[in-house]
Design a protein around this ligand. Structure first.
Ligand SMILES: Cc1cc2nc3c(=O)[nH]c(=O)nc-3n(C[C@H](O)[C@H](O)[C@H](O)COP(=O)(O)O)c2cc1C
Length: 153
């Protein structure tokens, strides 16, 4: 199954999980970034505002065509109980090209159910597998990652 893992990560948590998944399955990777600066306190506020108002942004050009893949795995941090703005934009722009999807999110502690559900709603697709990781889970995420991957297979 040809798989593309698409993610955004502001501070490296989601990226850490991406790397662990990449070590276990054969997949291509697409990191999504946009033209906003989300660093620092102002960036945090901007991110929260953009995500809660469901604003799209101008994402940088993608390098992989999602329609070439059997499965798209989406990885996003939770922003204001929603997907991060760069991923929200990617979903809005490309969801018609997805075949199967699965997703995961990282968060401090809350908003993950809504985030994962929003991915299904935004894409109009049932997901083969979902996973969330809270700050507490990040210390030892291996079991959750294994379960996530087994469900995908
Ligand atoms: C703008 C913004 C909004 C956030 N909103 C939430 C939230 O609603 N619930 C939560 O548990 N964590 C929230 N967080 C924390 C991140 O989801 C969490 O730290 C995540 O693991 C960061 O992933 P990253 O390092 O890949 O960017 C928020 C962070 C940012 C920057």
């Amino acid at each position: 199954m040809k798989t593309l893992l698409v993610y955004y990560s502001r501070t490296g948590m989601t990226e850490k999980i991406v790397k662990m998944i990449q070590n276990k399955i054969n997949c291509d990777i697409e990191e999504i970034t946009d033209n906003n600066k989300y660093s620092g306190k102002l960036g945090f506020l901007k991110g929260g505002m953009n995500a809660s108002m469901r604003r799209t942004s101008k994402i940088n050009p993608i390098t992989k065509n999602p329609s070439d893949y059997d499965l798209i795995i989406i990885g996003t941090p939770v922003w204001a109980s929603n997907v991060a703005t760069p991923i929200y934009t990617y979903l809005m722009e490309y969801n018609k090209e997805f075949k199967k999807i699965a997703s995961f999110c990282t968060c401090m502690s809350s908003g993950y159910e809504k985030t994962l559900k929003n991915i299904s709603l935004l894409t109009g697709k049932e997901q083969t597998s979902t996973m969330f990781l809270t700050a507490e889970d990040m210390g030892n995420p291996k079991e959750k990652i294994n379960n996530f991957i087994n469900e995908i297979k």
